[in-house]
Design a protein around this ligand. Structure first.
Ligand code: CO
Length: 507
């Protein structure tokens, strides 16, 4: 029996799940050669939320990050997460933008494209898969796992058949919420492996404490690889830690051996990075979250949800809203709860509780019902479909949703030129997804001079401090004098980046 292969996610999902995607390229590069030398099946280094985070928070060009990581870790294949027609955003893009993005990523060295769609509609994956194959790279079709009457091993195996028919090179079972149980993992892997020769990879999260056990079962069933990470960017809402997973396999006929000594050194290194990223990390992410299982709702969604209920003054109706979630999911065809559908379902559940069931249908719920996001996995309730038609005056979308989108690349190139930005495909695809962030990124910034600060404030007469270089950092003295009130809220603009700050008056 072949030893199981580990992919390593510490440079992407590890810090995305546990440190708000804030790890910088500078924090990655010192250990990239060490990671490269361990012999992992793949290093997940890019995609998902990292591209957004590079531009929005880290002042990094995402393609430069990929170039640097490829140069520092040239031996192990690099892997990225691609949201099908959504690329790395939340809305659909026309085919020509998806194609340009994939071609650019391939050109900068991306090897394995893990491609998924929140609704598991294969039509939302076709363009990406075709372009990856045409670029001579590895297309991994991902199946989003969730719990529902239609997400059965039989139905998900049928989806794997479709992905194989689209010429995917491998299949990933993507358990983004950590809901996959060991027995279902076993059945699913067994049933896919019985029908197809291609590799099956399992990706899970330790959110509810099930991932390690599910990996064990998947390995017994013949999975080819599993995704692990490195503590402290592992376990909890992230992937199981590599050392821990390896220890669990001791005595197993498929046990693997990645140097424990080197992994220990890496862990020591990443402990230091975690100290630097401490303000983005929370002990709540490390806790086994049984609420996620009890409500069948991903952990991340639950915490957002509690905030939203406070805003809507509905905290006393938490249990009612939770009970309404499965009702909404079922009515919208049992859509999985993963961005962006988790927000859509959550909002509709709140509206149903507040105003009465289906009395107030959100636009996004209408769009889901009408098939604008793709084909939902189950049947949309006839009542909701009729309401959606009536409220929108539109009919069901039966074609591939992206067929309704006109090409955008020529227009994007014009827009770049008009803004004085270099007209490259890289810039065009970044600008398509993150127009404001891309423009700000390329704005010339003064090298050594203190950053100019402009203050727009609801508070009266808050003069800008001329030489305060760190406007929003915790613990620094507020750069303006405010004489009354308990707190004052400011919006600071530094190098055209906006920071919202609340200043507390202590005396
Ligand atoms: Co993940």
């Amino acid at each position: 029996m072949k030893p199981i292969v580990f992919n390593n996610t510490v440079l992407r999902d590890g810090h995305q799940s546990l440190a708000a995607t804030r790890m910088t390229t500078a924090q990655m590069l010192p250990v990239a050669p060490t990671l490269d030398g361990l012999g992992f099946g793949a290093l997940e280094t890019w995609g998902g939320a990292t591209i957004d985070s590079c531009l929005r928070y880290l002042n990094e060009n995402p393609f430069d990050r990929l170039d640097k990581l490829k140069a520092a870790a040239p031996r192990t294949p690099h892997m990225m997460l691609l949201r099908g027609q959504n690329i790395v955003q939340y809305t659909s893009f026309p085919d020509d933008v998806v194609e340009a993005f994939v071609r650019c990523s391939a050109k900068h060295g991306m090897d394995i494209f893990r491609i998924f769609d929140a609704l598991n509609d294969p039509r939302n994956l076709t363009t990406a898969i075709r372009t990856v194959k045409a670029a001579g790279k590895h297309a991994q079709g991902a199946i989003c796992y969730t719990t529902s009457p239609v997400h059965t091993p039989a139905n998900l195996t049928a989806l794997a058949d479709e992905l194989v028919a689209l010429e995917c090179d491998s299949i990933c079972i993507k358990d983004m919420a950590g809901l996959l149980s060991p027995r279902i993992a076993y059945d699913l892997v067994k049933s896919i492996k019985a029908r197809h020769k291609i590799p099956v990879i399992v990706h899970s999260h330790e959110t509810a404490g099930l991932a390690l056990a599910s990996y064990m079962a998947a390995i017994d069933a013949g999975a080819d690889a599993v995704d692990t990470s490195i503590t402290p960017f592992a376990n909890g809402t992230g992937q199981p830690d590599t050392v821990r997973m390896q220890a669990a396999l001791a005595g197993h006929p498929r046990a693997c051996l990645y140097s424990p000594k080197v992994l220990f050194e890496l862990r020591q290194y990443f402990e230091g990075v975690a100290v630097e990223l401490a303000k983005f990390m929370s002990p709540a992410n490390d806790r086994v979250d049984s609420d996620a299982l009890c409500y069948q709702v991903p952990g991340g969604m639950l915490s957002n949800f509690r905030t939203q209920l406070v805003e809507m003054k509905m905290t006393d109706r938490f249990n009612e809203v939770m009970a309404e979630i499965p009702v909404v999911r079922e009515a919208l065809g049992w859509i999985p709860l993963v961005t962006p559908t988790s927000q859509i379902v959550g909002t509709q559940a709140m509206l149903n509780v507040k105003f009465g069931r289906w009395k107030n249908l959100a636009q996004a719920s209408i769009d889901i019902a009408l098939g604008k996001y793709g084909r939902p996995p189950g049947v949309v309730s006839p009542e909701v479909l009729a309401l959606a038609r009536k409220q929108s005056g539109q009919d069901l979308v039966t074609c591939r949703p992206a067929d309704l989108l006109a090409p955008r690349m020529p227009k994007l190139r014009e827009e770049l030129a008009a803004k004085g930005l270099a007209v490259t495909d890289e810039n065009a695809v970044l600008f398509a997804m993150f127009p404001r962030e891309t423009e700000v990124f390329y704005k010339p910034k003064p090298a050594a001079a203190p950053a100019p600060i402009t203050v727009t404030s609801a508070a009266p007469a808050a003069p800008a401090a001329p030489a305060a270089a760190k406007p929003a950092s915790a613990g620094s003295t507020p750069p303006f004098a405010v004489s009354t009130g308990k707190t004052a809220r400011y919006s600071l603009t530094v190098n055209e980046r906006r920071y919202d700050a609340t200043v507390e008056i202590l005396n």
